[in-house]
Design a protein around this ligand. Structure first.
Ligand code: CAO
Length: 424
């Protein structure tokens, strides 16, 4: 039997809240009273438990959505009898619903990694912890999703929360404390100078704010600039477009940059690594996963293309198109947002001559791409019109030195200019 779980009343006079996290996925078998979502209001963050055991078959809401009391947040397949609820109080209702195809909509990326606990961070997926433990974490201002559980199957105890809080305090704080207000100065009352409007930050905006701040404060960044002559690559792209279109995809410059970056990451393994200052280790990876910044109506999202080195340009074009579409329609799963080693941010389709992107936490470099234009270039004793694409590489100076950065970006430019040089 299908049943809808609706948002129950959270507190007096509270009719809406923001969906802070989804703790389960479509297909999960859940227990009665297991927390399924966390809802943030301006008063508190509250776990919403499922009144029934059953199988999740639909989650028609997304992290960051503003949801109203009584709105359907989940659909269950269950054998349990319906509970009687006071009218208008939300909860579960025995309403027959059409079955729909659905992809788990979780948009919590691994933008923010805990500065202390770098493993087993529950982002977007179900975080195994009892409601009392969640309450305890909230009281301490600890984000439960960042606590490493030491119990069976990663279950989190009060002691785990305490240990986490202690380690964050010892390391000088960080993004594990869920309340964004912590440590921030009050802003002036701007209304003294004219009329103003206040708007709650969406969840994606908060995550981007935390991630960029975390990066800015913890990664000493340097930016290296260069220009790639893409005249020949662009000719190749135009000539090969039709062939890729047969697979239903568009061969874009970003897909080509994914391929070239993957080769560069294999050639310069430091750029495919992470810095673990706590254990004074450099972590080298044998896989090549690359994030691509996607501009969406909801804000910036960075889906990860996995194993880029093992895929050809057609496969990459298909996957990139699908991920960008999922990002724009809020259908990315948390798995599709995690595990990136390097990032590409291509603003060339929008415009601009150069910019300085920010390295993602737990990565060591990001490639910024600006708009390619025809320029006069002095080659072989004469000026020639060439298609020149500005590139900027921001990198983490804790691991990468200036010469490394210049070599890495120079290598990318050379491969874009003369792809056949790879065969030599
Ligand atoms: N220089 C010149 N033209 C470029 C270009 C570049 N660097 N990059 C793309 N273009 C052109 C393409 O050639 C395409 O033209 P055609 O239709 O003639 O082929 C057009 O711009 C549109 O490209 P696209 O959007 O179809 O494909 P893409 O691979 O360039 O971009 C994606 C995909 C997902 C990267 C892009 O849609 C996007 O979201 N970009 C914004 C990324 C962003 O926000 N970065 C900032 C992050 S930090 O805040």
């Amino acid at each position: 039997m299908k049943k809808e779980i609706k948002l129950p009343e959270i507190a007096d006079n509270v009719v809406t809240g923001y969906l802070a996290s989804i703790l389960v996925s479509v297909g999960d078998i859940i227990e009665e009273d297991q927390s399924v979502v966390e809802v943030e209001t301006d008063k508190a963050t509250t776990d919403i438990p499922s009144p029934y055991a059953g199988k999740i078959i639909d989650i028609p809401v997304n992290v960051g959505d503003e949801i109203r009391v009584g709105q359907v947040i989940m659909v269950l397949e269950t054998d349990a009898p319906a509970r009687t609820l006071p009218p208008g109080k939300g909860g579960v209702e025995e309403t027959p619903v059409p079955s729909v195809e659905f992809e788990a909509p979780s948009v919590i990326p691994d933008l923010i990694r805990d500065p202390v606990a770098t493993s087993t961070i529950h982002t977007g997926a179900f975080t195994p912890a009892a409601p009392s433990v969640r309450r305890f974490a909230r009281e301490l201002g600890v984000d439960i999703n960042r606590v490493v559980g030491t119990g069976t199957a990663g279950r989190i105890s009060d002691d785990d929360v305490k240990a986490h809080a202690k380690s964050v305090i010892q390391s000088g704080g960080g993004s594990s404390f869920s309340n964004l207000q912590h440590g921030y100065a009050e802003v002036p009352d701007f209304s003294q100078w004219g009329s103003i409007r206040k708007e709650a930050m969406s969840r994606i905006r908060q995550l981007t704010a935390e991630s960029t701040l975390n990066s800015w404060q913890t990664i000493p960044q340097v930016v290296q600039f260069d220009k790639a002559d893409i005249t020949e690559v662009e000719k190749f792209r135009q000539a090969s477009k039709r062939q890729v279109e047969k697979s239903g995809a568009k061969l874009t410059m970003t897909a080509i940059l994914l391929k070239v970056s993957a080769l560069a990451l294999q050639h310069f393994e430091k750029f495919n690594a992470s810095v673990d200052m706590k254990n004074t280790k450099v972590i080298y990876k044998d896989f090549v996963n690359i994030g691509v910044a996607v501009d969406t109506p909801q804000g910036l999202l960075v889906p990860i293309v996995k194993d880029v080195d093992k895929k050809n340009l057609t496969e990459l074009s298909i996957e990139l198109g699908q991920l960008a579409e999922k990002a724009r329609t809020k259908k990315l799963t948390s798995d599709e947002m995690q595990g990136g080693n390097f990032t590409i941010s291509n603003l060339g389709g929008i415009g601009g001559t150069a910019f300085t992107p920010i390295v993602y936490p737990n990565q060591v470099a990001i490639l910024g791409v600006s708009k390619a234009i025809m320029e006069q270039v002095f080659r072989d004793g004469k000026f020639e019109a060439r298609n020149m694409m500005p590139l900027s590489l921001s990198y983490d100076h804790r691991l990468i030195d200036g010469a490394d950065g210049a070599r890495f970006l120079g290598w990318i430019c050379k491969v874009l200019e003369q792809p056949f040089s790879l065969w030599l």
